[in-house]
Design a protein around this ligand. Sequence first.
Ligand code: NAD
Length: 420
Amino acid sequence: MKIAVAAEVHAGETRVALVPELVGKLTGLGYEVSVEPGAGAGALISDEEFLDAGAAVDPAALEIADVVVSVQPLSVAAIRRLRSGATTVSFLPAAANPEVVTALLQCSITSHAMELVPRISRAQSMDALSSQSLVSGYRSAIVAAGLLRRFFPLNMTAAGTVPPAQVVVLGAGVAGLQAIATAKRLGAVVKAYDVRAAAAEEIRSVGAQSIDLALETLEGAGGYAREMTEDRAARQRDLLAPYIAAADALITTAAVPGRQAPMLVTSAMVEQMSPGSVVVDLAADSGGNVEGSVAGEVVRIGNAQVWGGRNVPAQMPGPASKLYAQNIVNLVTLMTRSTDGVAAFDPDFEDEIVASSCVTRDGVIVHEPTRAALDPDPVVEPDVSVVEPDVSVVEPDVSVVGPDVSVVEPVETTPQGEQP
Ligand code: NAD
């Protein structure tokens, strides 16, 4: 059976869904692995490295594959090149990509969404939300340190003492805890706040002070945060304002599953920050935790530079790809029956992980929230048009290397190159 690795075509996507060092895991199961030419270029991985690892490099990789793995959802054109009955595994924010879901249905493609892998212990090694949040959280602290025109650590020298930077982190999930740990390693004094009851202990365990606002905690289903009422949100903002005014760097990472990111910090709060201070809004892509932040840009609000994150894991494509590829390999392995070195891709749809991550199967949307969001009563016409396979090789955008955070000038609005 054949697994194809797609070249990413979304603007700014530098990651790749498989790395050479993990090709052997799939060939060891009995799969043939084919990679579209240039698939690893954004992550600085050459076709030769894939060839050396035992993969084929083939412009027609998608047409012959039983399973296609990618980071972003495949384009509609790419889906139309797949064999009917093939399976895709990728991030698949289906409600935001209705045309992709329609193409998956018309072409009878079974699709699995990495973000729908349930966050149960058995699935931890397949949890791409966590692996990519780890990358984002680390990057957010490095960006803050790079933008700030001062030391993170305390420096005691013969010439005098320079106090450490004060960093505040809002949201202490996977990304927030990694941001805290990274800022601590760089020597900053870190305070953090999260609405979940369990977060205070987690914040302390990575060396930060947990901010206690004496507000009720907001624990929802599955250990996630619940949405706040506007009254609760306003009280939280009032109580957080002095902490933010005193911070040299503010990093926000708050999210509520299935919702727009909560707006935690108004521009008036940012305006209270000192000259030269820095705000990093990791949630800018999904609505923003900070009023006025713009995904992919550095904007000036009051005295602060406000950096809005856009596809932040793609700014560290090497490690982000490696972790994502490990998640993919673990999920594909779960879906594989291997007998005497011969792989059969044979997902057990009774398995919670397989079933929960499945979006479309046999021409039907099986993920209920996607079905409800896209069409409560879909009638799918079979696609009878003859579509010529598009075998043109789309070069990934290798110009996206992330901003050099050491040279972002504090101007009114600074485009962050191709991305922040
Ligand atoms: P997330 O990305 O959904 O949200 C980030 C953080 O923002 C969360 O900690 C959330 O509580 C916080 N938040 C939401 N609204 C807020 C507000 N108004 N003010 C301040 N903070 C706010 O979360 P995540 O990183 O995916 O993790 C959420 C939880 O799931 C954590 O407890 C994490 O440990 C847990 N988790 C479990 C598993 C597993 O069991 N396999 C895997 C990953 C994460």
